[in-house]
Design a protein around this ligand. Structure first.
Ligand code: ATP
Length: 511
């Protein structure tokens, strides 16, 4: 645990030191769970957003993107169920005065059981060597079976109690499992209560006429209320999708995990409208397609896993998370939800407008079913950034800090250095910058020894460095150095563009 904490602390410190993430209004001591993206962070965030948009919108002829407002008519949130049911179960520790999400405490307990089972399996694998059959061991070893069964029982009971609004049983479960405050070890808990996560605000100049509004807690509803506008003006035929990225706001109860859980964050969501009865087929399709998108970034297949929900939201008939191995363990990164016709039907009821699709082949109108993919942009940022940050020991025994961001997402793609600040080398380097900047983010640096400049770019995540030296004057070649391998090769300046476009082709990454 101490190890995980250290890794996470390093991630946070590095993000600040290299201009990725700052605490919001830091000069006033910050604002809890609100963060600003610095010069490199803004680029990385934009690149992740573009990578998503490209694959979801541009690569699908039947998906279009919109940009709906953050403010929406307040009835939207009545219809969506957020006014009545967008709650988290909270529990306070009476001794430490710390507040927790009751469901998260229980889920963390269940995760520990899984880890215990995993440990037994790893131990047995070592003992049995090549003849080890993991599947057989998992299904026959009593200790492993015990852990897994207990985990399943706990999650099922929690799902049932939360579904029935039985908060007394949620508390009973915490007590039965003897779950303690993770920070102090105290088991002196209050009752579990529901807490609505929406931020309220007011629209209008005078107090009497002002209208109560909410800051949107998800971007999805902006898509649902525009379903007909987009379907008609875009002449969309089912199945089709509407995507959008944008800010969402939640008054999170516990927000102590950097940009993993923020009060103001950004979502990238896509609602896919399908014929009723076909939703589970599309649900499987989107689970697979979204996982493929994640794997395309090369952060390691072992860092992802699916988690099927036991506790379904009020609108869903199937739901799964793609979980990622964050510095603090596997946690939700993206949700794929089969939302049925819940949202469109609810908006029909509350608005009195028909939100149906006329299917010319079947010659009938129906309210489409919806499969949603929903990912937090900031959470994706944390996934990429934390996996990319590595300490390496080099052959000569020295060490380097390197941010191995997927090249396609790196804020600065190329850094150009003159070996020395004289003999016409800076001018050539500047000329290279001017040529490349049309296509890639590029940085010029002439300060310090070139080795130090390489290290600076390694830590900032820049995949390629180009050095102009005296040989350049003779034969128009430069050194191209790669961040990950630290390999250097001599190339012609005239070949630079084609080499970079090969390395940084989005087609290659997404394919
Ligand atoms: P959690 O269980 O972690 O609270 P959730 O199930 O409420 O998340 P969804 O409502 O499904 O989350 O939101 C979709 C995605 O939005 C999540 O997978 C996550 O990536 C992101 N997200 C949700 N809440 C936050 C937050 N407070 N800060 C950052 N990202 C968030």
């Amino acid at each position: 645990m101490a190890n995980q904490d250290d890794t996470f602390k390093k991630v946070i410190a590095h993000a600040k030191e290299y201009g990725y993430i700052f605490q919001s209004s830091e000069i006033y001591d910050g604002l809890s769970a609100v963060y600003d993206y610095g010069q490199n962070g803004a680029e990385l965030k934009k690149n992740i957003r573009d990578y998503w948009w490209k694959s979801m919108v541009q690569m699908h002829q039947n998906i279009v993107g919109i940009d709906a407002a953050i403010f929406m008519h307040p009835t939207t949130w009545k219809a969506s169920g957020h006014v009545d049911a967008f709650n988290d179960p909270l529990i306070d520790n009476k001794d430490s005065k710390k507040r927790y999400r009751a469901d998260v405490l229980i889920e963390d307990y269940a995760e520990k059981l899984l880890q215990k089972a995993q440990k037994e399996i790893t131990k047995a694998a070592k003992r049995f060597g090549d003849s080890f059959d993991e599947e057989q061991y998992k299904t026959t070893n009593p200790r492993v079976l015990g852990y897994l069964q207990k985990r399943e029982d706990i999650l099922a009971r929690m799902g049932k109690s939360l579904g029935n609004e039985d908060l007394v049983d949620v508390k009973a479960l915490i007590e039965e499992l003897e779950i303690a405050d993770p920070e102090t070890g105290s088991k002196n808990w209050t009752d579990v209560r529901q807490f609505n996560l929406m931020f309220g605000t007011k629209l209008g100049a005078s107090a009497e006429t002002a209208m109560d509004l909410y800051l949107r807690p998800e971007t999805a509803q902006g898509i649902f209320v525009n379903f007909l506008n987009v379907q008609k003006t875009g002449r969309m035929k089912i199945p089709f999708g509407i995507a959008q990225t944008g800010k969402a706001f939640r008054n999170e109860i516990v927000a102590r995990q950097f940009i993993f859980r923020m009060r103001e964050f950004e979502q990238m969501e896509m609602q896919f409208f399908v014929q009723p009865g076909e939703e589970l087929k599309w649900y499987e399709y989107w689970k697979e397609t979204r996982l493929k998108w994640h794997l395309s970034l090369g952060l390691g297949e072992e860092n992802y896993r699916f988690h099927d929900h036991d506790k379904l939201a009020h609108y869903a008939n199937a739901a799964a998370d793609i979980e990622f191995n964050f510095p603090f363990g596997f946690k939700e990164l993206e949700g794929i939800h089969s939302r049925t016709d819940f949202d469109l039907k609810a908006h029909e009821e509350h608005s009195g407008k028909k939100l149906k699709f006329f299917d010319p082949q079947r010659n009938e109108s129906y309210v489409p079913y919806v499969v949603e993919t929903s990912i937090g942009l900031d959470r994706m940022f944390l996934a990429v950034f934390s996996k990319a940050l590595q300490e390496e020991t080099l052959e000569d025994g020295s060490s380097r800090t390197v941010l191995k961001l997927p090249n396609i997402l790196a804020p600065t793609k190329v850094a150009v250095f003159p070996l020395v600040k004289k003999d016409g080398l800076p001018e050539i380097a500047q000329q290279i910058v001017d040529d490349i900047k049309w296509d890639y983010t590029v940085l010029y640096d002439e300060k310090d020894a070139v080795g130090k400049r390489y290290r600076r770019q390694d830590a900032a995540g820049t995949p390629f460095c180009i050095t102009v030296d005296h040989e350049t004057l003779e034969n128009q070649t430069v050194t191209l150095r790669e961040r990950d391998t630290m390999k250097q090769k001599r190339i012609k300046i005239s070949d630079l563009q084609s080499i970079l476009s090969e390395e940084l082709s989005i087609k290659k990454w997404l394919n």
